[in-house]
Design a protein around this ligand. Structure first.
Ligand code: CAA
Length: 461
């Protein structure tokens, strides 16, 4: 018999420096509305000179351990998933354990296991799934697993990815009696295909990106995984559909990977169009919109051929715009998705951590609205370039209030400091050494230098 397993608590670490979208737009000669309304970006968190993904991961990890009074001997697995790994062989969780042992004592994690996981932004979801199954199988023997997702989303200066940057880490505590969410068993579904939509070749700090291609591929891959999820959810019986209903009617909250806030809306639009197209309700929606759904010249063509079909792309853009203005879409958007997007617009892209920051955002802001989340089903659409998607779900537990009532995103980030564009560019181009930090770390792990000697390891200051 499988044990229940899921997320017991969630902690975040977001660097306090940020770039304001308006300043950024002005400096790059862009319309600020493109960033704020077009992409949903208002602030992008950036790391100080003395912060890296390992330090952020260790800070998030320490927060979750201290808050829950978890000793290292109670942690059976510590996984780190990241797209911005430090080096090519030494796993990031080894650095994290090294930093945590400065607090808990040498060799205190001696019997903990774990690896660094890599598959762009989806790797955190694979880490979560594997650790959930470790617990379900009874291998954990009462111990917890910690999955940390930590990233610096960094693109070349002047590139179209530059306005979708951000940085931060999310640590999740998993066990067999979770207070926040129990994952639905036997429904997790995936899709995978060798693609080059976004990738960071050997030795390169920033990725090579095919932006519009990556947007469409994301939606196609998530849809494919959703179709497999649907089959499993129906066959396991966790969801039973009546005539005229769709699987999304039974997902109370939708959490999507958020490279930028509006990607969530784009993805929901795409999935709803796909799901509603064959239902009686679609006819009424189309009539109200006064426009037929456009079809590409070559509906079975490649992503490149669809993107190159200008007439279709233009009509499809118009169709999407009208669809998002319908009451039916607005109702789904407001009730299922909108709260998960708030944090993203405040901090920007966190790569692996974006989906889980969205989950946390949804819980915090729905709770603030007075919505009772107990028993509600959350659906997750995870995507990683390269490319793979994972769709899974979980149900909120009665004890969730204990955790969510204390959530306060702004307070947890702490006092933030806006950087000038000059400061941002200096940090971005690594013109400052780790000791030329802008802010003083307060009781947190910071990068002292890069190298293998003990005095250069991340230290808690
Ligand atoms: N006022 C209001 N809105 C405006 C506007 C203005 N003046 N100008 C443009 N917009 C709107 C556009 O209509 C568009 O909205 P829709 O998507 O709803 O049509 C939106 O702003 C963005 O405009 P563009 O599509 O023209 O933007 P772009 O081509 O300059 O770049 C991007 C967008 C492709 C996402 C680019 O930022 C990029 O390459 N980012 C990095 C890659 C990425 O994030 N891909 C996402 C999927 S892959 C993934 O998810 C993995 C990952 O984490 C990287």
């Amino acid at each position: 018999k499988l044990l229940a397993a899921g997320i017991d608590d969630i902690a975040i670490y977001i660097p306090k420096l940020f770039v304001d979208a308006r300043d950024f737009a002005k400096a790059r000669g862009m319309d600020p509305d493109k960033l704020q309304r077009g992409l949903g970006v208002s602030k992008m968190a950036i790391v100080d000179t003395n912060q890296d993904p390992a330090c952020m991961a260790a800070n998030a990890c320490l927060r979750i351990m201290e808050r829950n009074k978890i000793a290292p001997k109670d942690v059976g697995r510590l996984y780190v998933a990241t797209e911005s790994s430090l080096d090519e062989s030494k796993a990031m969780n080894s650095y994290v354990i090294g930093m945590l042992e400065q607090v808990y004592g040498n060799d205190s994690f001696g019997h903990c296991g774990g690896i660094e996981c890599k598959f762009a932004c989806v790797s955190g979801s694979y880490a979560l799934y594997d650790n959930t199954n470790w617990i379900r199988a009874g291998e954990a023997e009462g111990k917890s697993a910690i999955v940390v997702v930590s990233d610096i989303a960094k693109y070349d200066l002047g590139s179209s990815g530059e306005y979708t940057q951000g940085a931060g880490a999310v640590a999740m505590l998993l066990n067999d009696n979770p207070r926040l969410m129990t994952f639905d068993p036997k429904v997790t579904s995936t899709s995978i295909k060798n693609e080059y939509d976004f990738y960071r070749p050997f030795g390169k700090e920033t990725p090579i990106v095919n932006g519009q291609y990556s947007n469409l591929l994301y939606m196609i891959q998530v849809k494919k995984a959703l179709m497999a999820y649907k089959d499993k959810a129906l066959s396991t019986g966790i969801i039973k559909l009546k005539e005229g209903e769709t699987i999304l009617d039974y997902i109370d909250f939708v959490n999507m990977h958020l490279p930028y806030s509006n990607m969530g809306k784009k993805a929901l639009t795409y999935l709803l169009r796909h799901e509603w197209r064959s239902l009686p309700r679609w006819k009424g929606i189309i009539e109200k919109m006064g426009m037929q759904e456009p079809v590409p010249k070559d509906p079975r063509g490649t992503i490149e051929s669809i993107l190159a079909d200008e007439e279709f792309m233009q009509k499809d853009h118009e169709f999407t715009k009208r669809f998002t203005m319908t009451d039916e879409f607005q109702e789904a958007y407001d009730s299922k998705l909108s709260s998960s997007l708030i944090a993203s617009s405040m901090v920007g892209n966190l790569y692996t951590a974006s989906l889980y920051m969205g989950f946390r955002s949804c819980m915090e802001f729905e709770f603030q609205k007075g919505v009772d989340l107990e028993g509600k089903r959350f659906g997750f659409g995870s995507y990683g370039s390269g490319s793979s998607a994972m769709v899974f779900s979980g149900v909120i537990m009665p004890a969730y209030k204990e955790i969510v009532k204390n959530m306060n995103l702004e307070a947890e980030i702490g006092d933030r400091r806006k950087v000038s564009l000059e400061e941002y560019e200096q940090i971005h181009e690594s013109k400052l050494s780790p000791t030329q930090n802008i802010l003083e770390g307060k009781k947190e792990f910071v990068l002292v230098g890069v190298g293998s000697s003990p005095e250069l390891r991340g230290q808690r200051k």
